[in-house]
Design a protein around this ligand. Structure first.
Ligand code: F6P
Length: 325
């Protein structure tokens, strides 16, 4: 049965485009004549009953803004059954009979648990990491990638002026997607990611090779979760300076990648997925995540999503290496 009143929340790390998704959920639901509540601070607000009834105006002027107007959190209490029961009580008290959860892996695990308790929940695939099964690309990735790319382009200019070697550390505790794509698009000499073992000596070899090939700079992109992160690589270069012959400098982009205005791609993706989540609830679906698969909006059961990590493409990793000549 289709719900008549839904709530929407954002959870986990914010991603540019979350606001566009909140707007799309709200306006699609209002269009169907449903009521909509925005829940503040992710699952924490669900447990504590921090709900606000939304009109179309509540979500006006936000499509171009990064971050999330609802606020986000990583909520430990929601991981307990007691926390989830409190959330169910708050939903019932507000007369809400459907929930949309906009977020990545951890957030969708919470959505799955709630749906297993019998409450209708639909997820929207949103994380800059692009590691969520159920969507070829997730909300926020395109913007984060473009932020990383701008930094890489700038670093290459200063690196070339001084014939220096740089490592750029991008986000991704478990996933190397951002690093790999930023490496391909930014023309990096090497990409260092959690999924593929990369000994420091190999990093030194690849960066040295850039000079042998006559390049004026050498640049590596490192994911924060790589076995040898940027700082341990710097230490390795320092320790072996006499043999390697040069040092590396590190720029850590960190949370800068999560801020900023969403790109056109992220705004459109978020709008499609937010509307898709409402359509899924209207069809009576629950316990699914809405993503984009081969450019079509599609639902995937959360049972096939939670606890999994979307693998990176070995072909793309190989491509990054082939381009390094
Ligand atoms: O999950 C998105 C992400 O930005 C990861 O890339 C990063 O490792 C993590 O969140 C950082 O989390 P926090 O903002 O809680 O430090």
């Amino acid at each position: 049965m289709a719900p008549k009143s839904i709530a929407v929340l954002t959870s986990g790390g914010d991603a540019p485009g979350m606001n566009a998704a909140i707007r799309a959920v709200t306006r699609s639901a209002l269009f169907r004549g449903w009521q909509v509540y925005g829940v503040r601070h992710g699952y924490t607000g669900l447990i504590e009953g921090i709900f606000e009834q939304f009109t179309a105006r509540s979500v006006g002027g936000i499509i171009q803004q990064g971050g999330t107007l609802l606020g986000s959190a990583r909520c430990e209490e929601f991981m307990t059954e007691d926390g989830r029961l409190r959330a169910l009580r708050e939903l019932a008290q507000h007369g809400v009979d459907g929930l949309v959860v906009i977020g990545g892996n951890g957030s969708q695990s919470g959505a799955y648990c709630l749906s297993q308790m019998g409450f209708p929940v639909v997820g929207v695939a949103s994380t800059i990491d692009n590691d969520l099964v159920g969507s070829d690309i997730t909300i926020g990735v395109d913007t984060a990638l473009n932020v990383a790319l701008e930094a890489i382009d700038r670093l290459k200019i200063t690196a070339s002026s001084h014939e220096r070697a740089f490592l750029v550390e991008v986000m991704g505790r478990k996933s190397g997607y951002l690093a790999l794509m930023a490496g391909i698009a930014g023309g990096a000499e090497i990409v260092i990611i959690p999924e593929i073992e990369m000994p420091p000596e190999k990093v030194a070899e690849e960066l040295s090779r850039a000079y042998t090939l006559g390049k004026g700079h050498a640049l590596g992109v490192v994911a924060e979760g790589a076995q040898h992160d940027a700082h341990s690589l710097v230490a390795y270069f320092k320790e072996h300076h006499a043999r390697i012959g040069f040092d590396v400098r590190v720029t850590t982009l960190g949370h800068v990648q999560r801020g900023g205005a969403p790109t056109a791609y992220d705004r459109i993706l978020a709008t499609r997925l937010g509307a898709g989540a409402v359509a899924a609830l209207a069809r009576g679906e629950s316990g699914v995540v809405v993503g984009v698969i081969r450019n079509e909006v599609a639902s995937t059961p959360l049972s096939e999503v939670v606890g999994k990590q979307k693998p990176i493409s070995p072909e793309l990793f190989e491509l990054a290496h082939i381009m390094n000549q």
